[in-house]
Design a protein around this ligand. Structure first.
Ligand code: GLN
Length: 202
């Protein structure tokens, strides 16, 4: 039997603990990443939901931004939820002027895209690769994907209402991102999919 993949959760800010629980539940060995030493010890990284402007600032201040980009370039699998999706996007609309991302996903995301009135909402989304049943998706001041390059696989879109067709889950190679927060529900299928990506990359 192979050893469980060692997955780090970027622990600068955001809902770190919820991702830790979800990853442990699907068989990963989980650790927090706050330093270069932490980063060097993991096979893969989850970037949690939170506030992408704060995460960007802290990553820059702690000297982690460039090493994170380097890890991503060298093929480390990464999964970002919500603010984490923004961190993995190559382009951000409505970013703060000093906001930087790791990039890697050939997407343009719009921050806080779903409108100010409805900061948060929940809906069912069909996600390619996790089986037939829709995923219960929790959106909290979420970004959406405004455009995606040819290498990006769209895994899920909003299926009805004003925002029907809006892209909210994507994959490009080893990089996975969702606008919503699977870590906040008991459904572990997205984390399972990520652990599979990590296992195959080893
Ligand atoms: N609005 C936040 C941002 O721009 C993301 C919100 C979230 O992660 N729940 O970073």
């Amino acid at each position: 039997m192979t050893s469980p993949p060692r997955i780090g959760v970027l622990a600068l800010q955001g809902d770190v603990r919820e991702h830790e629980s979800a990853l442990s539940a699907v068989g990963a060995e989980v650790t927090r990443v706050r330093s270069l030493v932490d980063l060097a010890s993991v096979d893969a990284l989850v970037i949690p939901g939170g506030e992408s402007t704060t995460m960007s600032k802290l990553a820059l201040r702690n000297g982690l931004m460039e090493p994170l980009r380097e890890a991503r370039r060298s093929g480390m699998p990464m999964y970002g939820s919500c603010a984490g999706m923004i961190m993995l996007a190559d382009r951000v609309t409505d970013a703060r002027p000093d906001q930087e991302t790791l990039g890697g996903l050939d997407i343009t995301v719009r921050r806080n895209a779903f409108g100010r009135q409805v900061d948060s909402f929940e809906t069912e989304i069909g996600i390619i690769g996790v089986g037939h049943d829709p995923v219960h998706a929790v959106f909290i001041r979420a970004p959406w994907v405004e455009s995606a390059g040819p290498e990006v696989e769209v895994l899920g879109t909003i299926d009805s209402g004003d925002d029907a067709g809006t892209i909210v889950a994507v994959r490009q190679g080893q990089l996975l991102a969702t606008s919503f927060h699977p870590e906040l529900t008991g459904d572990r299928r997205i984390h399972t999919m990520f652990v599979e990506i990590v296992r195959r990359s080893r």
